[in-house]
Design a protein around this ligand. Sequence first.
Ligand SMILES: Cc1cc2nc3c(=O)[nH]c(=O)nc-3n(C[C@H](O)[C@H](O)[C@H](O)COP(=O)(O)O)c2cc1C
Length: 150
Amino acid sequence: MTIRVLYGTESGNSEMIAEDVAIVLEQHGTVAVADLQDTDPGSLSPADLYIIICSTYGEGELPASAQPFVDRLVELRPQLDGVHYAIFGLGDSGYADSYSKGSEYLAARLDSLGAVRVGEYGRHDAAGFDDASEIATEWVRGIITVRAAA
Ligand SMILES: Cc1cc2nc3c(=O)[nH]c(=O)nc-3n(C[C@H](O)[C@H](O)[C@H](O)COP(=O)(O)O)c2cc1C
């Protein structure tokens, strides 16, 4: 199994978080980090575990680097039964009507194709004072615990 950390970003925060999360995950196996825009939705495999880090932009939209992945996902509609993923959404609750909607949209598309979400939905709210990296690395340790117990 490879743990594949996929990020969708507009201004780079999710990429930084993906790199930090990958350092934690490297203690648990083989890890590969990739931008969602370089990922083929048809390549998602039940043999791997996907850790998705994705922000929200515009008014509840996907960030630029996640958009082509989701467009392809909607077009191809690959069968994702048995594909396990965990997701961490970066957002800002100051955008009250669209808080974290971009990552939620991505998760909903994966779910609709049969993928199985693992563990808690991770979140970082830029309106608060929490350090995104600390929140995300703690969250991903929880994901590993949940997977190990499965
Ligand atoms: C122009 C702009 C629009 C944004 N729109 C939203 C939004 O609708 N909902 C939300 O939860 N966060 C929104 N955000 C906050 C971003 O998701 C947050 O800053 C995040 O950390 C950016 O991560 P990234 O650099 O990986 O794209 C917006 C930020 C900017 C600058």
